[in-house]
Design a protein. Structure first.
Length: 216
């Protein structure tokens, strides 16, 4: 399955989905996300917005935990699969380039998994994400991890070109570190409180998960 995320170009070719099942990345992302939401839950459930919900599998998993979930994704095929598999969820076509807070109001938490690396205008994405969070709420953002030891390992094993490939249509166009992603979120008015590295040992992690609060 090719994962669908926010498109960097509104005229670019749509991502392709063949099912509403989890991708391989969810095996290491979801336990971390579920733990974060559980620890920060102040009541029976959270109102959660899934920004870049793809085929709806994550939204469905969070709904199964008792949370109220709404999501958008720019992929027509992704939303079609999501609506087919999870008709009880409000999952609609949309992106971070839309005025989402005006349309959906604000939420206790915004979850955005493996999205920001696909976004051409990350500051627009970050502002939209922050606008969706109520004061006192938080965001959970994941993206492939990059750091000195991982980049060195990629270079030494000859996998640098494959990892940073320019040949993936609609693929990764931004490569984030903890520092650069933290700077983006801080600029949008969020305060980074937690950093998790998941998928391997921390120095070689597949992805990182940042938790950022909206304090005002």
């Amino acid at each position: 399955m090719t994962e669908a995320k926010l498109q960097s170009d509104p005229h670019s070719r749509d991502y392709v989905y063949v099912s509403a099942e989890h991708s391989h990345a969810h095996a290491y992302l979801l336990p971390c996300i579920e733990s974060i939401l559980s620890q920060r839950k102040r009541s029976e459930k959270l109102r959660v917005f899934d920004l870049g919900c793809g085929n709806g599998s994550v939204a469905n998993a969070l709904c199964a935990l008792g949370h109220e979930v709404v999501g958008v994704d720019p992929s027509e095929q992704g939303i079609m699969e999501a609506n087919r598999a999870y008709p009880e969820l409000r999952l609609e076509k949309g992106s971070a380039y839309d005025p989402l807070a005006q349309r959906y109001d604000r939420f206790d938490a915004v979850v955005s998994l493996e999205v920001v690396e696909h976004v051409y205008a990350p500051r627009v994405y970050a502002r939209t994400l922050a606008d969706l969070i109520r004061p006192g709420g938080f965001a959970v953002i994941s993206t492939p991890y990059h750091g000195y030891w991982k980049n060195l390992a990629l270079a030494l094993t000859g996998k640098m070109d494959r990892h940073f490939t320019a040949l993936w249509d609609n693929g990764h166009i931004k490569f984030w570190s903890v520092e650069t992603l933290s700077s983006l979120l801080t600029e949008a008015g969020l305060e980074v409180r937690e950093v998790h590295r998941v998928g391997r040992v921390p120095a070689l992690a597949k992805s990182m998960v940042l938790v950022a609060e909206k304090t005002a």
